[in-house]
Design a protein around this ligand. Structure first.
Ligand SMILES: C[S@@+](CC[C@H](N)C(=O)[O-])C[C@H]1O[C@@H](n2cnc3c(N)ncnc32)[C@H](O)[C@@H]1O
Length: 274
């Protein structure tokens, strides 16, 4: 059973979505373009969160196309303006019947990572593609976040300690924190062809926009972190470190993997190299 750790009822959720949007939407838009996204495409955006990519896809497919954006809790996407061809749906990708089939493009970013049932979900998404349609999954490898600059070694140790505790919380909730690196093989096993992966990372300096994702995540998981022995003092020092410009880390690496359902569709979405 899914138990999404960062559920959208939390008031900090818009901070998470705006950080993801500003750091990763340009990457995701480029990856979506590589599928050949075009007017009249039928698209499914799973776990659309704040809805920025769903709205953008809607503009790209135009009035002849359609985009269905699903989320367990779509409250934050509801308030975002979107073209009429974008439909928002409260929907559980694990337990509800899929909202349609024969999709040209299905996209999900940072959703299957959280789901214990990710392999079954992947198979359902593959089955919902039209022959020749593309599945694009973009997922973090949370295990690779090198520290690029630090005021002192104690700060590096603190970051590593608190971050490890967060990953343990995610794993307890059923996440696979290294899922990003497993997607290409999982897609191939699920029968997709032309499987290609591209990884994006950037530096996140203390006080900047990207690194704030760690604050949002830790604050939302604080109760569990304390239960696992992270002290109040460690958390306070951790939050202060995230504001120190002398502390610089690698962003979470986003691994964008796309694969194509075999069959007809040659000439549509030829999706060149990354
Ligand atoms: C980390 S957020 C990512 C949001 C968005 N895809 C992005 O990258 O900005 C994960 C999203 O998946 C949604 N989600 C979690 N479990 C889900 C499920 N079983 N079915 C549909 N959506 C789910 C959450 O509600 C949340 O909006």
């Amino acid at each position: 059973m899914s138990r999404y750790l960062f559920d959208n009822t939390d008031a900090r959720t818009p901070d998470r979505f705006s950080t993801l949007e500003s750091c990763y939407d340009p990457v995701s838009r480029r990856q979506l373009e590589l599928t050949g996204l075009a007017p009249d495409f039928r698209c499914l955006e799973v776990g659309g969160g704040g809805g920025s990519l769903g709205a953008w896809m809607g503009e790209r497919v135009g009035p002849e196309g359609e985009v269905t954006v699903t989320d367990l809790d779509p409250r934050w996407a509801e308030s975002r303006p979107r073209p009429p061809q974008v439909r928002l749906l409260r929907h559980d990708i694990v337990n509800d019947p899929l909202p349609g089939g024969d999709y040209d493009v299905i996209h999900a970013r940072l959703v299957l990572l959280h789901l214990p049932e990710r392999l079954a979900v992947l198979e359902r998404l593959v089955a919902a593609l039209r022959p020749g349609g593309w599945l694009l999954l973009e997922e973090f490898d949370c295990t690779w976040i090198p520290v690029l600059a630090t005021p002192d070694e104690a700060s590096t140790a603190l970051f590593t300690h608190v971050q490890a505790a967060l990953l343990a919380q995610l794993e307890k909730a059923g996440a696979d924190v290294a899922w990003g690196r497993r997607v290409p093989a999982a897609m191939t096993r699920a029968g997709l062809t032309e499987v290609t992966a591209t990884t994006y990372a950037e530096s996140w300096a203390g006080g900047g926009r990207g690194i704030d994702l760690h604050r949002v995540n830790m604050e939302q998981a604080e109760a569990g972190l304390r239960g696992d022995g992270v002290t109040e003092g460690e958390l306070r020092r951790f939050y202060a470190l995230l504001k120190n410009p002398g502390f610089v880390i690698n962003s979470y690496p986003l691994i964008s993997t796309r694969g194509r359902r075999p069959g007809s569709g040659v000439g549509v979405g030829s999706g060149g190299g990354a």
